[in-house]
Design a protein around this ligand. Structure first.
Ligand code: KG4
Length: 333
């Protein structure tokens, strides 16, 4: 089954063609990073306008790159929540029109389910159940993936997402936007034990997390150093910061997998590209005797192939949308 899939929830416009949820035939992505970098963060209205400009062209290219005729497409899948509402609406509206024009079913896909499904594209042997750590720009959560379309949130951040925290740290250090990668790169030469930063916990909710205290601690540290005219060791601050985020994510992930009796841990989302988190998870799962799957770097960030992968399983589970499908800024997993 060949699915045309659409992603526009934030600052990437993407259209892909995938086969049977496991094979990528084409994956077109247009990143708006240069557009938003000027402002130090995503400007929602500019994001929506940019999606409108490029989405049709990307779809044409995705179909051409896949080497299929339009009549060979069996369904259209779209990321319809959560995200920046104006941005999501562009993809939803485009997908509705495409499904109507092609006379094929329309499948609504939760964006974060898509991030998890990125792993199905990379690892043919991976099947639920497993424990998934989802760490993206706007969301941080631990998901109990019982089956392809039966997912439950065990715990989530109560405030900022880990990705937001990386972006804020980069901003206050003048490293540009989006900040995760530059913070990761700079941290390579640093001492991760040099700065003591707080790990947020939520009383009586062991799987819930908090990153706003960490964010504030980094901002205060930088501002205080500036006021006192002290030189900051930026590589060590980045390394200490990444180690602190990892210390919040990794032990919880291992504990949750053990508690559920799963032998497989999966990571997903843009922050799963982080080298410290990857190294710590690799070591912790090895020590605990768990299998670990990480999406390759090109499938960590937003893309449409992952929406096609999850769309296939949603389709098998009978999920369909009609022409009244709406977009949603928030939605349960
Ligand atoms: O999954 P994603 O593309 O967007 C959402 O669906 O939200 O994730 C984007 C986030 C940004 O916050 C970005 O700074 C972060 O992923 N990121 C990283 C790294 N690469 C991207 N964070 C830490 N280390 C990285 N290497």
């Amino acid at each position: 089954m060949k699915i045309l899939s659409v992603e526009s929830t934030c600052d990437e416009t993407a259209v892909a063609v995938t086969e049977n949820g496991r094979r990528v035939l084409s994956d077109q992505i247009f990143s708006q990073v240069n557009l938003h970098a000027l402002y130090g963060g995503v400007v929602p209205e500019l994001a929506s306008r940019s999606h409108v400009e490029v989405i049709s062209l990307l779809a044409e290219r995705a179909v051409a790159e896949a080497g299929v005729r339009k009549e060979e497409l069996d369904a259209v899948a779209v990321s319809y929540a959560p995200g920046l509402i104006g941005a999501v609406l562009v993809g939803v509206n485009f997908a509705k029109s495409a499904a109507l024009a092609l006379n094929v079913p329309l499948i609504p896909v939760h964006h974060l389910r898509g991030h998890i499904a990125a792993n199905y594209l990379a690892f043919p042997e991976l099947e639920p159940p497993f424990l998934c750590l989802v760490v993206s720009g706007g969301n941080t959560l631990l998901a109990d993936v019982r089956d392809y379309t039966d997912l439950h949130v065990l715990g989530a951040t109560r405030d900022d997402a880990a990705g937001e925290c990386f972006d804020k740290t980069a901003r206050v250090l003048g490293l540009g936007y989006p900040g995760g990668r530059p913070v990761d790169e700079l941290s390579q030469g640093g001492d991760p034990t040099k700065y003591r930063l707080p790990v947020g916990n939520v009383a009586d909710h062991p799987y819930d997390m908090s990153f706003s205290g960490l964010k504030t601690a980094v901002v205060n540290l930088v501002h205080t150093a500036e006021q006192r005219g002290e030189e900051l060791d930026k590589p060590s601050l980045c390394a200490s910061f990444a180690a602190t985020v990892s210390a919040s994510l990794v032990p919880r992930t291992i504990r949750a997998a053990k508690e559920l009796g799963y032998n497989t841990v999966v990571a997903a989302g843009g922050v799963a590209a982080n080298s410290r988190i990857r190294a710590d998870l690799t070591q912790a799962t090895k020590e605990a005797g768990l299998r670990l799957f990480f999406p390759p770097l090109h499938l960590c960030g937003d893309n449409a192939a992952m929406i096609g992968a999850q769309g296939y399983y949603e389709y098998l589970a009978g999920r369909r949308a009609d022409s009244s499908l709406n977009a949603y800024a928030r939605m349960e997993l």
